[in-house]
Design a protein around this ligand. Structure first.
Ligand SMILES: Cc1ncc(COP(=O)(O)O)c(C=O)c1O
Length: 405
């Protein structure tokens, strides 16, 4: 055990993985906007409109709309889909809180459906049992950048007349059967928060092919204004959810790198899978259920403590991080275990008294949180093959140290 970096031994990998990645082009683009003095975006025009046009073309959709962040993107999508107070929205419990909290903010009821143990995405085979006459939408999250089973999800949605809002906040540039994530459902939502694979510090984007949804979301993000209307003419209960020209130019320069970066992450992720599946007690998530390009916003593998002399996942993650592998134990618990849901700490006036999140149990998510899932961060997936070899070597080093052979 003395040779482990956590105990003062040499680290397996000595490298800083940069993020965000930028050069003079980004700096100059932002400097040009600063010098122009046109920082804001009152008409959703200029650099913002140019970015939206490029992003829609990149994703293969008719429309793309920027907004302040991924949470707002999801909320505007939900409202535009016509949800009413008390409607139910199906969400996975293994995701960032915003996927479910925007449902509450919209006065609707999040209904948690467990994830698939193979992919950690919403389990398509469990969705139908959760649908009721009040269900209005499903929000599949392409978790970590791996595509959900969209054919199955779209078929269920069509059968029951519900909308599909793809949470593609981890899925920039990734693909399902050759289509960019976010472009398969009714609406796709992205985050440009600082950890994301495409970032401007903060920001969001919504994509759709549906003109009616587009017009409504466009109005909602711009204080309820409508195209051709006057400045002080407000048709819907929207807010100022616009981004600045500074964010737009940064995203435009970052977007030119996204495809190459996504392919690099995909290749490294595939290579790392091959290395890790040879280690007893380490199982990479299953690939290939419709996914043709994985964006590896997170590289996830399953950890089995029984092959590591009972070492807990938390301790293992700490040891691996000390070895120089930027990693983390992931979500500590399923979303429904958060005080927000357990204590119903919200003002959702339409939530029926009968909804009780203390009774929810999603065993696959609980196992992922408490025992199994270990996350490696996306910027490392832009590294070299040798980096991937060292990640695997760090895990083997820990195993040898704790098992004692
Ligand atoms: C899966 C998922 N959905 C939604 C969001 C919300 O995005 P933002 O932080 O830009 O509001 C995030 C952000 O971390 C996310 O990871």
């Amino acid at each position: 055990m003395k040779n482990l970096a956590i105990n003062g031994g040499a680290k397996t990998i000595e490298k800083d993985f940069a993020w965000p990645i930028f050069d003079e082009t980004d700096v100059q683009a932002v400097a040009d906007i600063v010098q122009s003095g046109k920082w804001g975006n009152p008409d959703c025009a200029g650099e913002v409109a140019a970015l939206e046009k490029n992003f829609a073309a990149y994703c293969g959709t008719k429309y793309a709309l920027t907004c302040v962040n991924g949470s707002v993107a999801l909320r505007l999508a939900l409202i535009a889909c016509g949800v009413k107070p008390g409607d139910e929205v199906i969400v996975p419990p293994y995701t960032f809180i915003a996927t479910a909290s925007i449902v509450i903010e919209s006065n609707c009821v999040p209904v948690f459906v467990d994830i698939d143990p193979r992919t950690y995405n919403l389990d398509a085979s469990k969705i139908e049992a959760a649908i009721t006459p009040r269900t209005k939408a499903i929000i599949p999250v392409h978790f970590a950048g791996q595509a959900c089973e969209m054919d199955e999800i779209m078929a269920i949605a069509k059968k029951h007349g519900v909308r599909v809002i793809e949470d593609a906040c981890h899925g920039h540039g990734a693909e399902y059967k050759g289509k960019k994530l976010g472009s398969v459902g009714d609406v796709g939502c992205f985050s440009f928060q600082s950890s994301k694979n495409l970032t401007s510090g903060e920001g969001g984007m919504i994509i759709t092919n549906d003109e009616e949804l587009y017009q409504m979301m466009n109005s909602l993000r711009n204080v309820g204004r409508v195209e051709g209307g006057a400045w002080y003419e407000h048709h819907y209960a929207g807010c100022n959810y616009r981004i600045t020209q500074l964010q737009a130019v940064l995203l435009s320069t970052q977007l030119t790198r996204l495809e190459e970066q996504t392919r690099r992450r995909h290749e490294n992720g595939t290579y790392l899978n091959g290395l890790l599946e040879k280690i007893d007690g380490i199982t990479p998530l299953t690939r290939g259920l419709g996914e043709t390009l994985h964006s590896y916003h997170i590289y996830i593998f399953k950890y089995d403590r029984s092959k590591f002399n009972g070492l807990s996942k938390v301790e293992f993650s700490r040891m691996l991080a000390a070895e120089g592998v930027p990693c983390f134990m992931g979500y500590p618990e399923p979303l429904y275990k958060q005080p927000l849901f357990q204590k119903k700490n919200f003002m959702c006036y339409a939530l029926p008294e009968t909804v009780d999140y203390t009774q929810v149990k999603c065993p696959v998510t609980e196992k992922a949180c408490y025992e199994e899932a270990v996350w490696i961060f996306q910027n490392t997936m832009l590294g070299t093959r040798e980096d991937m070899n060292l990640f695997a070597a760090a895990i083997r080093k820990i195993q040898q140290a704790v098992v004692g052979n």
